[in-house]
Structure formats: C-alpha cells, structure tokens
Design a protein. Structure first.
Length: 319
C-alpha cells in the first residue's frame, strides 16, 4: 500500500499514482543529473589545458544526429510525464455524481468548512472513509493553498475563483492540513487537520454537531431576504431565469457561448452578473459583490444546487 513512501501515508485513491509520478520524475531527473555530471568530470579531465587528447572536428553522427536524438528523447520523456501528471490532476477535478460536497473557505488565518447539513468546522475537516468527497474551495481575502500531503491534495484558494477538488479517502486517520501559500503574518499558524473515519463514526460525529439549518434551507431564506425570489420566481415585474433544475446543466449565454451551471457559475452570477448573461434575458441584475457575506454566498449556492432535482413545488407553486 505505501511502497514508495513509508514516511507519509497514502490515504487517498490517487495517492499511489501521485507517488509513482514523483518517483518517475526523480529517477528521470536523477539519471540526467548523473549523466551530465559524469560528462562534465570526464571532459574536464580529458580536455584539461595541455592534455594531448585529440581536438579535431567531430564526425557528423556525433555532432548532429546524436544531438538531435537525445534532445528529442528527453523532450518526449518529459512530455510523457506532463501528460501523465495532467491526467492525474484531471481526476481531482472530475467528481462522481452524488459525492459529498463540503464547502471550504480560506481566510486570514483559518480554514472554514461547511457541510450540506449546515454543520461548520474551523481548521478541521471530517470525511467518511471510502466515500467520494468533493470540496468546493474559495478564499475570502487573499490567495491561500489547501494542502493535505497524506491525501496528495493541493489546490489554491483564490479570491473570486471557485475551484473543486474530488477525492476518496482510503485510509482512516487524522492528517495535517496546511496552507501552502504565504498569506500574511500568521500564515504559519494556518494549520488544521482532516479526519478520515468509518462512515458510521462519521455519521455519529455529524449528528453530534450543533444543529443549524441545512445550507440549502439557510440559502432559501437568503434567497428571499436578498430579494432574489422577486425576479427569479417570476412574481415581480422583472423577468429573470428560473433557477429550478439549472445546476449542473448547460446554460446558453447571450453572446452565443454555453456554460455549465456549476458552483463557480452561480457564484459569479451573483457577484458579477453582467459577465455571463443568460440568453434571452436583459443584463439588469445588480451585482451583490460587497453586499453579501461569504457564508451567505455558500448558502445561496447550496440552495440553487438543491433545486437541481426539484419539482414545481419548490418554485413557490409556479407550474
Ligand atoms: Cu493561508 Cu498561508
């Protein structure tokens, strides 16, 4: 299980592949270092000042063909590593339908996690073993970097950008969580832990948390208090897109593009509504940037996500 890294547990489904890529790169880079260093030493002895070694022009094969050959060989070898690592990184972006979605927000200087049921944690995360998990990552202020070495997970939390990280934890335990981006004076204190536990233990932990409204229920309340429902539920004078069932589906835009309505799109639409205007609608929605807190945003996004499988009932009775 942990063949390549006895000192760091491999606690996620991608950990072994990540280690393999790292080992492969180390071996390839090591071989090149040894080869180049050996040639430097051999040549500096052989062609030292005053040595009798022949210094005539090299035959064409050595001067040209070998040069081209080894340049291409290393190019292809490293392009192979690039492809391998990129494919691996894509698996972290690709989420399984029905994965447990946890919102993680970086802020100076803590990590805040919010669970679908409305449970909240600071500098700590709990995830069930063997269950696909999808983290939705944001930052409230500056660039942070969410880094869990044991799970081989690392992604920047960038203000104004919503990123996701998908993984399945494969080994129970508590592992350190770091911020891997210098983010201010207390960057080094931005530490936490992620606890991977059996699904039963996770369920027990979850029910022991203080019960708040679920994120979606809190979001529904925000949807009313911010006045979104006035336009988006078709009862006000302004016609705005119906958001029922929109999450996860393609949205045609006014400029001819099509965009998938994921967390990033919903969030952008609230903060910067003129950016991607839905086709057939006037760009009349005001921006909510600066008027809405990060946690309210997370709740609103969770609410709109929850409308994905909804019937007309939740649209306030609209058919
Ligand atoms: Cu946050 Cu360093």
């Amino acid at each position: 299980m942990n063949g390549f890294s006895p000192w760091l547990p491999e606690a996620s489904h991608t950990a072994f592949q990540t280690d393999l890529i790292f080992l492969g790169l180390c071996i390839a880079a090591g071989l090149i270092v040894v080869l180049v260093a050996a040639l430097i030493i051999v040549f500096s002895v052989r062609y030292r000042a005053g040595s009798k070694a022949p210094r005539h022009k090299l035959p064409g094969f050595l001067a040209r063909d070998l040069e081209i050959g080894w340049t291409f060989a290393t190019l292809i070898a490293f392009l192979f590593f690039f492809g391998w690592a990129a494919a691996q990184d894509f698996t972290l972006l690709h989420s399984v339908p029905g994965a447990l979605t946890i919102h993680v927000m970086g802020k100076q200087w803590m990590w805040k996690a919010e669970y679908p049921g409305g449970q909240r944690e600071i500098d700590s995360l709990h995830v069930p073993l063997g269950t696909p998990v999808r983290l939705v990552l944001n930052s409230q202020d500056v660039i942070h970097s969410f880094y869990v070495p044991a799970l081989r997970l690392k992604r920047d939390a960038v203000p104004g950008l919503t990123q996701t990280l998908s993984f399945t934890a494969t080994r129970a335990g508590t592992y350190p969580l770091y911020c891997a981006e210098f983010c201010g004076t207390s960057h080094s204190h931005m530490l936490g832990s992620i606890t991977v536990e059996e699904p039963e233990d996770y369920a027990r932990w979850l029910t022991a948390q203080p019960q708040g409204d679920s994120l979606a229920a809190a979001g529904a309340e925000r949807f009313r208090s911010f006045g979104c429902s006035g336009c988006h539920m078709g009862r006000g004078p302004v016609r705005a897109p119906d958001l029922t069932g929109i999450y996860g589906h393609p949205v045609p835009l006014a400029d001819g593009r099509t965009i998938i309505a994921d967390e990033a799109y919903i969030r952008d639409s609230i903060l910067n509504p003129k950016k991607d205007v839905a086709s057939g609608y006037a760009p009349v929605m005001p921006s909510f940037a600066g008027r809405i807190s990060e946690s309210a945003l997370i709740e609103l996004v969770a609410y709109i996500r929850s409308l994905a499988n909804d019937t007309a009932l939740n649209r306030g009775g609209q058919p």
